[in-house]
Design a binder for this molecule. Structure first.
Ligand SMILES: NC(=O)c1ccc[n+]([C@@H]2O[C@H](COP(=O)([O-])OP(=O)(O)OC[C@H]3O[C@@H](n4cnc5c(N)ncnc54)[C@H](OP(=O)(O)O)[C@@H]3O)[C@@H](O)[C@H]2O)c1
Length: 490
């Protein structure tokens, strides 16, 4: 094992083509590259126009996120170059000149773009396959390409209970699926989707599985496929607790902490599969270095360390102290969240604690002349939670030999600079940082609002237990009344 910084050295003079950099993981990847590997030659980033904004405007806005604060003083336009394109369009919608530029200059591809929604139709999710095919086709013509990294998910083969770090046979070959979807009208495709998915829980993991097979069979350069588990807030870099979305575990903790989410169908003794986004980025960067060094193709199940795992139940325990220490001003009720294993009991709780409450809130809103919002939002939340339950109820074991070997092969300097080993993660500190981060970056609440929020939390605590006491007292009275009526009748 060398003590030199070999990974940084590998990135020196590289020209990287990065997709997905406007996303959660992509932001941290590009930030890390620009902060730690400034000697690289260029990063070409694929950005699409979206919501009335041009790709150029979106790229400019990207660097306004707080995660880029540490590199604000750098002249980023020296290193980052826009490639306007769209993964949903044929050949990524690249201009001829841009395509030629990429073919001539790119030495490393990191393909992280994907539509990660669980409720996409197969037609929508198929863009994940088509885009990967088109990125691979482009990569085939890159004359100086050294390495190709594909970001997958550890659940791409979740129909197996033990997941090895190897390619699996896909449910369908990409070309057959693409041809089938092109041939069928939307209604027919919708009708046969469950049959096509088989045991796969959603179109996202189904298409991610097929893309892995595409990567396996295309391109004769060293490749790395990194399969992260659920990606959560940063643990260290650029600052602990940074996050930009409510999709994952941090989002769930936030919504529960605000008093909105009250029940989740999950086994609390199951292992919680989440990994901090900055460690995922480091693992990806290290995997590219290793692929180039070994000249081989390797798959990495990046799911945390088997010796330092955490269960959903422990996760909930860890999140409780920061809930009291750094509450939000936006809480709507006191925390009354629970994991419930029994599906029927969970559904009953959802009915009373979500649906009934939502309709009551909407009723009050109508009475004061305001528009209703609660029932609609709860319906959306419950639908999302249903989609997640496959993962919170399921149990998998993951092989992680390649991840451990990659870590072992890194030198001392590289381990410091590109840390991703989760063997010594302090989960309690991570829970605190994530709570503070969610408060700051998602709810936009500054630390000076904490004292006021604590007062609100105390009031909510009292109101919550007063309502609970009133409920049980009323129920008791009602039962007594029923019992005495029955007694009087007999
Ligand atoms: N988040 C997780 O928990 C998780 C777990 C395992 C694996 N992963 C994998 O990690 C990768 C990054 O995920 P993420 O969490 O960063 O997701 P994200 O925040 O939703 O970002 C997705 C990225 O893909 C881009 N993209 C999607 N459709 C595109 C299109 N048609 N054209 C161009 N770009 C497009 C998005 O660009 P726009 O900004 O233009 O939409 C965005 O940059 C994905 O490959 C995902 O499968 C994520």
């Amino acid at each position: 094992m060398s003590s030199e910084a070999q990974i940084g050295e590998f990135y020196k003079d590289l020209t990287i083509f990065l997709t997905g950099e406007t996303g959660f993981l992509g932001k941290i990847l590009i930030e890390k590259l620009l902060r730690r590997c400034w000697d690289l030659n260029k990063i070409y980033v694929l950005v699409r126009p979206k919501k009335d904004k041009s790709a150029k405007e979106r790229l400019e806005e990207l660097f306004e996120y707080a995660c880029f604060d540490l590199i604000k003083s750098k002249n980023l336009s020296e290193k980052v170059f826009l490639i306007s394109g769209d993964c949903q369009k044929p050949h990524l919608d690249l201009g001829i000149q841009d395509a030629e530029l990429l073919k001539k200059e790119t030495t490393c591809v990191i393909h992280a773009a994907a539509n990660v929604k669980f409720d996409q139709t197969l037609k929508e999710a198929l863009h994940n396959v088509r885009a990967t095919r088109d990125v691979l086709e482009l990569a085939k013509e890159m004359q100086n390409l050294k390495v190709f990294v594909h970001v997958s998910t550890v659940f791409s083969n979740c129909v197996n209970s033990h997941i090895e770090e190897r390619f699996y046979t896909p449910p369908m070959k990409s070309e057959n699926l693409l041809a089938l979807v092109d041939d069928l009208d939307d209604n027919t495709l919708q009708a046969i989707t469950p049959k096509l998915l088989g045991e796969y829980p959603n179109t996202y993991v189904y298409t991610k599985c097929i893309t892995e097979d595409l990567v396996k069979t295309s391109l004769q350069v060293p490749k790395a496929i990194v399969r992260p588990a659920i990606v959560t807030s940063t643990i260290e870099e650029p600052v602990p607790g940074w996050i930009d979305n409510v999709n994952g575990v941090t989002g769930l903790a936030l919504i529960a902490g605000l008093g909105i989410l009250r029940s989740m169908h999950a086994k609390k003794n199951n292992r919680a599969q989440f990994v901090p986004v900055d460690y995922v980025a480091n693992c990806i960067l290290a995997a590219a270095w290793k692929a180039h060094r070994s000249g081989t193709t390797t798959i990495y199940n990046y799911t945390g360390h088997n010796k330092n795992m955490i269960t959903w139940g422990r996760f909930l325990e860890i999140m409780e102290p920061p809930y009291w220490e750094f509450p939000s001003e936006k809480i709507v009720w006191y925390l009354c969240f629970k994991f419930r294993e029994n599906e029927l009991w969970h559904k009953i709780c959802v009915f009373f604690l979500h649906t009934v409450v939502a309709y009551f809130v909407d009723f009050v809103l109508v009475c004061v002349g305001k528009a209703t919002i609660a029932a609609k939002n709860y319906r959306r939340l419950d639908k999302t939670m249903d989609l997640l339950s496959y993962f919170s109820m399921g149990s998998w074991s993951f092989e992680q030999d390649n991840v451990l070997e990659l870590w072992d092969q890194m030198g001392k300097e590289d381990k410091k600079m590109f840390k991703f080993s989760m063997e010594d993660v302090d989960w309690v500190k991570y829970g605190q940082d994530s709570t503070l981060g969610a408060r700051m970056y998602l709810l936009k609440e500054t630390p000076d609002t904490i004292p006021k929020a604590k007062k609100k939390l105390k009031i909510m605590f009292v109101v919550h237990y007063a309502v609970v006491a009133l409920f049980w007292y009323s129920l008791y009275k009602f039962m007594m009344y029923v019992a005495s009526s029955l007694h009087g009748n007999f």
